[in-house]
Unconditional design. Structure first.
Length: 101
């Protein structure tokens, strides 16, 4: 435990020393033409989420058909993958929009 405390103290000291000489860049401004970048980013998000919704609809149809045969449970894992994909799409666009603006 004392090793971690010593490491923490060392890192804190380095950050304080290094931070004293680093200038503050401020908020900055977006480069010229970045409006087009955010437009394209919005289109990509729209298309990707549209594909994800289509995937959920197709998966729902497969689940309905296979459930009658007793095999519907194997598609539930695919629903998890689709939901993770939707979360990643939304998070990526949010992060890039925040950084770009």
């Amino acid at each position: 435990m004392s090793t971690f405390l010593a490491l923490h103290d060392t890192v804190t000291h380095l950050i304080v020393v290094a931070g004293a000489n680093v200038p503050d860049p401020g908020n900055g401004t977006a480069p010229p033409g970045s409006e087009k970048f955010t437009d394209v980013l919005g289109w990509l998000k729209w298309v990707a989420l549209g594909i994800a919704v289509a995937g959920v609809i197709i998966l729902g149809a497969k689940l309905t058909i296979d459930n009658n045969r007793g095999e519907g449970g194997r598609h539930l894992g695919a629903l998890g993958y689709i939901m993770v994909g939707i979360i990643l799409i939304s998070a990526a666009v949010s992060v890039v929009s925040f950084v770009a603006s």
